[in-house]
Ligand binder design. Structure first.
Ligand code: ADP
Ligand code: ZN
Ligand code: MG
Length: 471
């Protein structure tokens, strides 16, 4: 029997505000333990939370960018549970009335574009973290670092619209890129700024109703999400084929072992006893605020890909690689503005030197000059690469280095004539064989000429001159 997977993803994205969601403490990553805390975020009695306006704006901008409907009225609720990293014993979240509903984003799949629904977007605070370190009374000790308590998060819940791990990966990457484009999240997965829980079930192909789902946690890269989904889909199918049943549970991805492991069953799931937080008023967002924020939305990845493809005539695939990072796409456009030529070559160069582009070590002029000199035949591809490396190590301009290093290529046919004549005169046997039909010998002659010119001859021109003389 053929099976089909059904996947829905829940993403927690940390909003890149300077302060936390309900107090003025810094939300920055990497402070020393408990440095960024105050009575509010450590849940002391009698304190009152005050909502961070910037966090609301970032969430509204995300809602707009995902075509979600911003709710005029949303409500913060208390999600009650006990854990040592949560001193209040509740997390402030949104539950029945989230800030945004009913959006979508478009992804690229092997079979063309596909629209993935977004069920809801809500705001919440993060919890602290436990550091298991040292010993206490002869046992493993755990220390609580509350810096992350009340760091602003946005949870984005997708519809169960994905059918393969690749679609899941494509959705996550696109969503990630949108948030980074908007500047509402730094997207750093290693620091936990962008985390994903994956829900997955399988059903016999053709069946309409969904199977029982498992929720996967603990994947900290796109690749790991895809791998965890692949494993889990296989596991569920095998289970059903063996006559068993999938149970609703939360499973942890073990990246080292490459397997998912049961963590808790549905029956063990918490009852959070949600209720509206009496310390916070309902959040009212009027239409004019949404309209103001709509004006701040930049060109988003999907639009940028389409425009780069159209405007520069580069393949959609290349446009996608460039647009995956706004800085890379901007760099490409800046280079192409200095030297038009063949934009596909410029795109290749930008991607090739991408690390230097991100670190700011490379200027668009360097790439423009490298591409222009190559296309004009002034330098070879090898020389171009060597020169860009020299730009990076010396900081000198590309063309200064080109002239200093004498890497200019000989493209002048009359100058090459002399060398070609010399080579042909030295290899009469090969010339005869070539003329007798062994045209494969052309590369032999090209090699000889290149050697004679110490690599400075333009191979394309050499070929032309050789063909002319031999023909
Ligand atoms: P829960 O109440 O268990 O959190 P939700 O209905 O809130 O479940 O859905 C959580 C996520 O799981 C959503 O992203 C949703 O698309 C996805 N989902 C729901 N049902 C299924 C299913 N049968 N198979 C796969 N994903 C599912
Ligand atoms: Zn605080
Ligand atoms: Mg849920």
């Amino acid at each position: 029997m053929a099976f089909e997977a059904v996947i829905g993803l829940e993403v927690h994205a940390q909003l890149s505000t300077r302060s936390k969601i309900f107090c003025a403490c810094s939300a920055a990553f990497g402070a020393s333990p408990n440095e960024n805390t105050c009575p509010v975020c450590t849940g002391m009695p009698g304190v009152l939370p005050v909502l961070n306006r910037r966090a609301v704006e970032y969430t509204i901008r995300t809602a707009i960018a995902t075509s979600s409907t911003v709710q005029r009225r949303s409500v913060f609720a208390r999600k009650n549970y006990f854990y040592p990293d949560l001193p209040k014993a509740y997390q402030i979240s949104q539950y029945e009335l989230p800030i945004a509903l009913g959006g979508h984003i478009d992804i690229e799949t092997g079979n063309g574009p596909k629209r993935i629904g977004i069920t809801r977007i809500h705001m919440e605070e993060d919890a602290g973290k436990l550091v298991h370190e040292g010993e206490f009374a002869g046992a493993q000790a755990s220390l609580a670092d509350l810096n992350r308590c009340s760091v602003p998060l946005m949870e984005i819940v997708s519809e169960p619209d994905m059918r393969t791990p690749e679609e899941g990966g494509a959705y996550l990457r696109r969503l990630h890129d949108i948030l980074v484009y908007l500047g509402v999240c730094d997207g750093n997965m290693e620091e936990g700024s962008f985390r994903c829980d994956a829900n997955v079930s399988v059903r016999p192909a053709g069946q309409e109703s969904f199977g029982t789902k498992a929720e996967l946690k603990n994947m900290n890269s796109f690749r790991n999400v895809e791998k965890a989904l692949e494993y889990e889909i296989r596991r569920q199918i095998e289970r059903i084929e063996d006559g068993g049943k999938v149970v609703q549970e939360t499973r942890l991805w073990d990246a080292n072992a490459g397997v998912t492991v049961a963590m808790r069953r549905k029956e063990e799931a918490h009852d959070y006893r949600y209720f509206p937080d009496p310390d916070l008023l309902p959040l009212i967002v009027d239409e004019s605020w949404v309209e103001e924020l709509r004006k701040t939305i930049p060109e988003l990845p999907a639009e940028k890909i389409a425009r780069l493809e159209r405007q520069y005539g580069i393949p959609r695939y290349d446009a996608g690689i460039l647009a995956a990072d706004r800085a890379l796409a901007d760099f490409f456009e800046a280079s192409a503005a200095i030297y038009g030529g063949n934009p596909k070559t410029t795109a290749n160069e930008c991607v090739h030197w991408k690390d230097a582009v991100f670190s700011g070590a490379l200027s668009p002029e360097t790439i423009a000059h490298a591409v222009e000199d190559r296309e004009r035949g002034t330098i070879s591809a090898t020389a171009s690469k060597k020169l860009v490396e020299l730009v990076l190590s010396t900081g000198k301009p590309f063309r200064t280095l080109r002239d200093e290093q004498g890497l200019t290529q000989v493209s002048d046919a009359s100058a090459l004539d002399v060398i070609v004549e010399k080579i042909l005169a030295a290899s009469p046997k090969e010339v005869e064989s070539y003329r007798g039909g062994k045209v494969g010998l052309l590369s032999f002659f090209v090699g000889q000429v290149m050697r004679e010119s110490r690599g400075k001859a333009n191979p394309k021109v050499v070929q032309e001159v050789l063909k002319r003389k031999l023909g």
